[in-house]
Design a protein around this ligand. Sequence first.
Ligand code: ATP
Ligand code: MG
Length: 347
Amino acid sequence: MPFGYSGFLKKKRNCMKEIVLSGIRPTGNLHLGNYFGAVRNFVKMQEENQCFFFIADYHSLTTHPTPSDLHGNVKQVLVEYLAAGLDPEKATLYIQSDVPEIAELYLILNMNAYMGELERVTTFKEKARKQPENVNAGLLTYPSLMAADILIHKAHKVPVGKDQEQHLEMTRTFARRFNRMYKEDFFPIPQAYNFGAELVKIPGLDGSGKMGKSEGEGNAIFLADDPKSIRKKVMRAVTDAGPEKPNQQKPEMIENLFSLLKVVSSSEVLTHFDEQYNNCSIRYGDLKKQLAEDMIVFTEPIRQRIIELSADESYISKVARIGAEKAHESAKKTIKEVREIIGFRSF
Ligand code: ATP
Ligand code: MG
């Protein structure tokens, strides 16, 4: 007998597992924002769900990386995914461009994505302002590619940071539109997800905005940073002259330092500095020293694994190869159904 009753139950349970998908662009090293906004959830979710985590190399072309930068960054993100705790035995880890069906679904979704709605996306407007010399069609249609990434595996949940909320809403719009035009309930309507809580936004060290891979010097603490550079970056973080009266509201740059303490330090440490802020006895130098040390305690084991894994080329290639096969199998199935329901003939 190929499998007994318990095997049957196990198989059925697998079928009922929720599908989870998320990705990270290979635009630089992973930082604390990527970890707390996204990867931490990936690590938890791989235990209970059918997970697909990928490296979004098609997406990174919107900013025209050189071939050698792109190549190096893709390997780096894969290494950092593994170092942060993703397990290729539990989740499917793959590189987006290894699955060309995503590009086909992107093309199809673009036929029902409208100029007006794409132009209204906040990140598009921001990018267009920041790089006016390179407002390419890929930048405008980023939400369609993101929708293709998610819908190609019919994902239910998408663990992302707060900055991706609007993009995910567009995926939901595109999925609903497709279902309405072609087949009811064909694509599940995916949800943005943070493990049992609100979506997270980790701020950068430069006083305003979010931590990001492409935000420039001094903004981000990378998982691969050594203790010396973490101390240096944190000590240089922007602060003000200090509170002038008890219990006053914290300005953004100070609130940001507290948000960082919140994710890496103990609640006692957080309360201690909060009280000091409220009674105006705080010394930002002490807060920053503590913050840097707590960041180091958190990142150091990950950094050590990054160093070990980077040296193991054959393991990294094997992970990418196996991931590509698994992702490809799932994508092929969806695209075959899509082709049929939109009316492409197969001879
Ligand atoms: P880039 O600056 O090139 O856009 P990024 O740092 O924003 O890079 P992405 O690859 O765009 O990283 O995003 C990967 C994942 O990390 C997404 O789920 C995103 O929501 C999350 N993320 C990125 N930055 C933060 C942050 N500061 N706080 C919380 N989540 C974040
Ligand atoms: Mg980003």
